[in-house]
Design a protein around this ligand. Sequence first.
Ligand SMILES: [Zn+2]
Length: 258
Amino acid sequence: MPAEVVENSDPPHCQVCGGGDCSPLIRHRDWTYHRCADCGLVFLHPMLDAAALAELYSNPDSAGTRAYFRKVGSKLRRARRRVALLAHEVSGGPAGKQFLDVGCSGGFTTEAARQAGFQAWGIDPDADAVAHARQHYPGSRFEAGGLEDFADSCDVRFDAVYCSEVLEHVADANRFAAALSSLMTPDGVLYLTTPDIGHWRRPRRLPAWDVFTPPHHCLFFSSGNLRRLLARHHLEIYRRRPAFKPGLKVLARKLGED
Ligand SMILES: [Zn+2]
């Protein structure tokens, strides 16, 4: 990841709608989150810069990555269910199609995709997790690094992209969504999940919410502003899966150019 600093706008403004009416919502430990009055995006401000984020995920103690190599059996079973759902959306089926697992960690979903017939790729900023994934699942390709750099250098276009619980970690949602979109084939399909701050079951007190974990989670979306973000990058949500836990689970397709 380049050591460039994500610009900390001061005063804060909303990445999704550009709105400037963003009052502080909560201060928790050393971190302050603001809320956009227009679209409801909740975001860390000042935002971590790219170097700080890279540091966060290069530290094996910080993000609990070791835990990803426990309960392998149940993780693979869950991954297979999600891959089956995505495979069903790919026209012509998964055989020989390109699958990208964004934030692949230990490579379980990547492996499940390979087993389903996809050409499977996984990418994760945690080099340690990627090393484990390569060792355990040699039938897939794994890249260590950020999605934006990968999108700049990768010539492959993906028919299916899986991006679960990653968007909330990024500092610049537009760069990230643009990278996702650019990596997809014209009829590519995206399965994305992220916490839902607008969900009726979200604990009223944010610190009581299990995913409110500053500073790892920089951005908290709800259904409207997620739809708006993706649409800015030519991705249309065409189905929302019901979620009993406060999360968004959406399927999106590339919108035609023009
Ligand atoms: Zn906004």
